[in-house]
Design a binder for this molecule. Structure first.
Ligand code: GDP
Ligand code: MG
Length: 441
C-alpha cells in the first residue's frame, strides 16, 4: 500500500541535504500513484508532477525531515496552491437581486446545493428566492419547493408545463418586483453532456445574467469529472465550482482536475445530503485528503514546529547568555512570534507587552506592520542594527527614505525596540526556561 511505499522512499533517500533530480524521482513516482488512486485525471497528474519536480529540485531539506518527506511537503504545498483560493464564498456584489445560476449533470447535487446555499444566505439575513427550471424530471420542481418550505425560504411557483426560458424571465421579474437580495436558479441536467442541455443553459444564462454561475460536480465522478467540467467550462462563463458528495469515500482528486480544467475556484463542498451539509472549500485540507498521507503530513508539520522551537531556543540562549539584544534579534523575534501566534499558552507566560506585540503581528494588519518594520530594519547598516544608540537625526532620515516611511515611524520602531530591550534584560533565567518548557510541553 501507499504508506509502505512511501516508507521505502523515505529510507532510500535518507542522508541527502538537498533535493536533486535523481533523489526525487522515486518519491514522485509514489506521488503519481497517490494522485491517480485519488482519481485525479491522468493529464492533470502529468502536468502537476512535472511542475512539482521543477520546484522541488534544489530545495533544502529541513534537518528533521528526510528528503522523501521533503518531497511530500513540496507536493502538499503545490497541491494546496493549485487548488486555489481559500474560502471564497458567493460573490453577491451587484445590484439586487444577485443571481446564482446552478449548472451540472443530473444527480450532481444542484437542487440540494441550491437549498443549502439558500439556507446559508438566509442565516446571513438575505431575502432569498429559489426557482427551478427543471421541467423534464418528474417531481424535480416539487423537490425544490419541498426543500424551500422546510427552510422557510420562498420558492418561485413554476411548473413542468412551462418553458425553462419563460420560467427564468418570470422568476427574474418576480425577484425584482419583490426586492429579493438573491435569486438562486436551479436547472435541469442530463445524464451525460448533450447539445440540447448546453444550448438551454446557455440561453438561461443570457436571460438571467447571473453574477455567479456555479458548476456543481459530484466528487464520486472521479476521472469523468474532467470531461464534464471541460464541456461546461467551454459553454458557460463559470464563476465557481461546488464539489458535492465528499462525505463518501471519494479521495477528492476531482477537485484538482476540475480546478485545473476550469481555472475557477472551488467555492463550496457538499458533505452530506442534508441541508446543512455544505462547507467552504479549504485547499489545504483537500490537498491532504487527495494525498491520503495523513501520517506523513503530520510528521512534516511536527518537524516544522521543531525548527521554530530551535530558532526560539537560540534567541532564548542569547538572552540568557547576556549578549546584547539588538535589532536583528528584534526582527527575528517578531517573525518568530508571528509563527507561534497560535500558542496561547506561551503568550500567557510572556510579559504583557511582548505578548501584545505578538498578537498584533498575528493579524492581517499586523502582517503589514511587520513588513514595514522589517523594511525599516533592512534599511539600517549592520552597525546601526547592533548599536541603535548611534541612530540620530541624519541616520533616521536616511533610513526612513530607504524604507519609504516617515521619520516618525523610525522613531516609533526605535522606541518599541527600546522597551523590548529593557524587558529582555529583566527577563530572569528562570522566566525564560519556564517559557521554553511551556513551548515544548
Ligand atoms: P441534481 O439532479 O443535480 O439536482 O441533484 P440532487 O440535488 O437532486 O442530488 C442528487 C442526489 O445526491 C440526491 O439523492 C441528494 O440527496 C444527493 N446529494 C447531493 N449532494 C450531496 C452531498 O453533498 N452528499 C451526499 N451524501 N449526497 C448528496
Ligand atoms: Mg435537480
Amino acid at each position: 500500500n501507499l504508506s509502505n511505499r512511501l516508507q521505502q522512499v523515505v529510507k532510500t533517500l535518507r542522508g541527502h541535504a538537498r533535493l536533486t533530480e535523481e533523489n526525487i524521482t522515486d518519491a514522485m513516482r509514489e506521488v503519481r500513484m497517490a494522485l491517480l488512486e485519488a482519481d485525479v485525471a491522468l493529464p492533470v497528474v502529468k502536468d502537476f508532477v512535472s511542475q512539482v519536480k521543477e520546484r522541488a529540485v534544489g530545495r533544502e531539506v529541513l534537518q528533521s525531515l528526510s528528503p522523501g518527506q521533503a518531497v511530500i511537503q513540496v507536493v502538499h504545498e503545490e497541491l494546496t496552491r493549485l487548488m486555489g483560493e481559500q474560502n471564497v464564498g458567493l460573490n453577491l456584489a451587484t445590484n439586487p437581486p444577485a443571481i446564482v445560476l446552478m449548472a451540472g449533470l443530473q444527480g450532481s447535487g444542484k437542487t440540494t446545493t441550491s437549498a443549502k446555499l439558500a439556507r446559508l444566505l438566509k442565516a446571513d439575513k438575505k431575502k432569498v428566492l429559489l426557482a427551478s427550471a427543471d421541467v423534464y424530471r418528474p417531481a424535480a420542481i416539487e423537490q425544490l419547493k419541498t426543500l424551500a418550505k422546510s427552510l422557510e425560504v420562498d420558492c418561485f411557483d413554476s411548473n413542468a408545463t412551462q418553458k425553462p426560458a419563460d420560467i427564468a424571465a418570470q422568476a427574474l421579474d418576480f425577484a425584482k418586483r419583490h426586492f429579493y437580495d438573491v435569486l438562486i436558479f436551479d436547472t435541469a441536467g442530463r445524464l451525460g453532456i448533450d447539445e440540447a442541455m448546453m444550448a438551454e443553459i446557455k440561453q438561461l444564462h443570457e436571460i438571467l445574467s447571473p453574477i455567479e454561475t456555479l458548476f456543481v460536480v459530484d466528487a464520486m465522478q472521479g476521472q469523468d469529472a474532467v470531461n464534464t467540467a471541460r464541456a461546461f467550462g467551454e459553454t458557460l462563463p463559470l464563476t465557481g465550482v461546488v464539489l458535492t458528495k465528499l462525505d463518501g469515500d471519494a479521495r477528492g482528486g476531482a477537485a484538482l482536475s476540475v480546478r485545473h480544467v476550469t481555472g475557477k475556484p472551488i467555492k463550496y463542498i457538499g458533505v452530506s445530503e442534508k441541508v446543512d451539509g455544505i462547507e467552504l472549500f479549504h485547499p489545504e485540507r483537500m490537498a491532504s485528503r487527495v494525498l491520503g498521507m495523513g501520517d506523513v503530513l503530520s510528521l512534516i508539520e511536527q518537524a516544522q514546529k521543531n525548527v521554530d522551537l530551535e530558532e526560539a531556543k537560540k534567541l532564548a540562549d542569547k538572552v540568557k547568555s547576556g549578549k546584547n539584544f539588538d535589532l536583528d534579534d528584534f526582527k527575528a523575534q517578531m517573525l518568530q512570534m508571528r509563527k507561534m501566534g497560535g500558542m496561547g499558552a506561551l503568550m500567557d507566560k510572556m510579559p504583557a507587552q511582548l505578548a501584545g506585540m505578538a498578537g498584533q503581528v498575528n493579524s492581517e494588519a499586523g502582517d503589514k506592520a511587520l513588513r514595514r518594520i522589517e523594511g525599516i530594519i533592512n534599511s539600517m547598516t549592520p552597525l546601526e542594527r547592533r548599536k541603535p544608540d548611534i541612530i540620530k537625526a541624519t541616520r533616521k532620515r536616511r533610513i526612513a527614505a530607504g524604507a519609504g516611511v516617515q521619520v516618525q515611524e523610525v522613531n516609533r520602531l526605535l522606541n518599541q525596540f527600546g522597551e523590548v530591550q529593557k524587558m529582555m534584560k529583566m527577563f530572569s533565567k528562570g522566566g525564560m526556561s519556564k517559557i521554553m518548557r511551556t513551548m515544548q510541553g
